[in-house]
Design a protein around this ligand. Structure first.
Ligand code: ZN
Length: 482
């Protein structure tokens, strides 16, 4: 029996799937206008473990996670911002679709490095304009939306449940809005479902209301219902999306006459040295930079799951150092088991058998209880001490085999910490990092000796290989082109 914390009821509930063996799960994916950062990584890993746990428990999971490539504007509570993708396209002098593709692929690459499984379906907002228009039409027909000068707005006061998920009251929300924005709305609370495209707007589609583009929230309602049907099991996302995005998703779907998700799961944010990660605090870090400067992706994965997905995860240097040690213990015990099993004497090791039984019971109970990964990990490390003792004794081959199976199933399969495709890529990345440090040191020596023809020559040779060097106050950094 699995219990999940449902944000809708703010309590733990017994999970009752809508069909016996199948689960439909929707996770709000990224807006692909810049590089994925530690926050994206955490959301990806949290719900990857949850998906894997359902699979371990025998469910077939259809995991749908979208890519927002239009409509996400820079301000989230009113409609006066500019489209994030469009803005970035201007900045990088690329087509909006080039921006979307560039950052979508780098996002999937960065998450794959963390061992996050690919979604079963990855719908893109621009590929579902018709579905979104259709839903907007239904909302107008049902009295939940209205058109103004080529834009269509959701009439928030027509949906009294608005605010239930995030525990907000419509009347309180009203006080927080700016009266001066968008006079064409009936009510400042109303949000855009479809927006009229100004002449300079590149991304535009024909609609019953003229040329325009969809609002940010409507895509998830339309695409979740299209691929998971009504009354699907789980809708997941980061806590920062609970309001207004998820409120809007519920209002749109239910307003259009559909039953929406039964369980809402929200993953918490992270801190670095106790501080929220933000560009203004200077502690903002992308996944790619983290892998290059701090640690390999599997260390980060372990650091994430050392915290429960609903708690704030601390990802400061100390935690990362601890995770490095812990990960090498988990790798080491598996390697040792593989090495020692063939030469161990046959039979059982009674104390290891007992420890294994306890570990399986504890691990399963922990993950069944709202996916409590820190407790699950504690069971793994308790077992690891016993296994190391048994390895020293070198007896009980069948028990050692069972132990190996435990690590492969739970540490590898469920927690995803033995991601093998990744370890090759990581070895390459570590080798490259090591070689680059040697090159940078050599150049430093040339420069100290004022041998600038050699130091410049070295720089040029690296450049011809696609590596650029950048001298900063904190030392020389390197970067691979493209
Ligand atoms: Zn969404």
């Amino acid at each position: 029996m699995i219990t999940v914390f449902n944000s809708l009821s703010r309590s733990k509930e017994t999970f009752v799937p809508s069909s016996k063996n199948h689960i439909g799960m929707y996770l709000c994916g990224p807006t692909v206008y810049s590089e994925a950062h530690l926050g994206h990584g955490r959301t990806g890993v949290s719900f990857d473990v949850i998906r894997r746990w359902f699979e371990y428990r025998g469910f077939n999971v259809r995991f749908v996670s979208n890519v927002t490539d239009v409509g996400h504007i820079t301000t989230e509570t009113d409609d006066d911002g500019v489209d994030r993708i469009g803005q970035r396209a201007k900045l990088e002098q690329l087509e909006p679709m080039e921006i979307a593709d560039k950052y979508m692929w780098s996002y999937f690459q960065d998450l794959a490095a963390l061992g996050v499984k690919k979604p079963s379906i990855t719908p893109r907002a621009t590929g579902h304009i018709l579905e979104q228009i259709e839903m907007v039409q239904r909302l107008i027909a049902n009295g939940h939306a209205y058109e103004r000068d080529g834009s269509v707005y959701f009439r928030v006061r027509s949906f009294p449940k608005y605010g239930h998920l995030s525990g907000k009251k419509i009347d309180d929300l009203e006080h927080g809005t700016r009266e001066d924005v968008r006079e064409d709305k009936e009510d400042p609370l109303d949000f855009a479902l479809w927006k009229f495209a100004e002449p300079e707007h590149i991304m535009r589609w024909n609609s019953p209301w003229g040329e325009g583009f969809p609002g940010w929230h409507i895509e998830c309602s339309a695409m979740a219902l299209k691929y998971l049907g009504e009354n699907f099991d789980i809708h997941a996302g980061g806590l920062d999306l609970q309001f207004p995005h998820h409120e809007a998703e519920i209002a749109q779907a239910e307003g259009a006459g559909y039953a929406f998700a039964k369980y809402w799961l929200h993953g918490n944010m992270l801190t670095i040295g106790g501080e929220k990660m933000s560009k203004s605090k200077g502690n903002f870090i992308t996944l790619a930079d983290f892998y290059q400067q701090k640690a390999e992706p599997m260390v980060l994965r372990l650091a994430y799951i050392q915290s429960h997905y609903r708690s704030i995860a601390e990802i400061g240097d100390e935690i990362i150092e601890g995770a490095k040690t812990a990960l090498s213990r988990l790798r080491e015990v598996k390697r040792e088991l593989e090495r020692r099993i063939p030469e161990a004497s046959s039979g059982e090791n009674p104390s290891l058998e007992k420890a294994l039984e306890k570990a399986v019971t504890e691990f399963e109970a922990a993950l069944d209880d709202d996916f409590n990964t820190p407790k699950g990990l504690a069971a793994v490390f308790d077992l690891t001490r016993e296994v190391n003792t048994a390895l020293t004794a070198g007896t009980g081959r069948s028990s050692l085999e069972k132990a190996l199976n435990f690590y492969n199933t739970f540490v590898g399969g469920v927690l995803g910490l033995y991601h093998s495709a990744q370890s090759t890529a990581t070895d390459d990345a570590q080798l490259l990092e090591g070689l680059m440090q040697i090159a940078i040191e050599a150049r430093g020596v040339y420069r100290q000796n004022r041998d600038f023809s050699r130091s410049d020559g070295l720089r040029e040779r690296l450049k011809s290989l696609g590596v650029t060097l950048e001298d900063t106050a904190s030392g020389t950094r390197w970067k691979l082109e493209g």
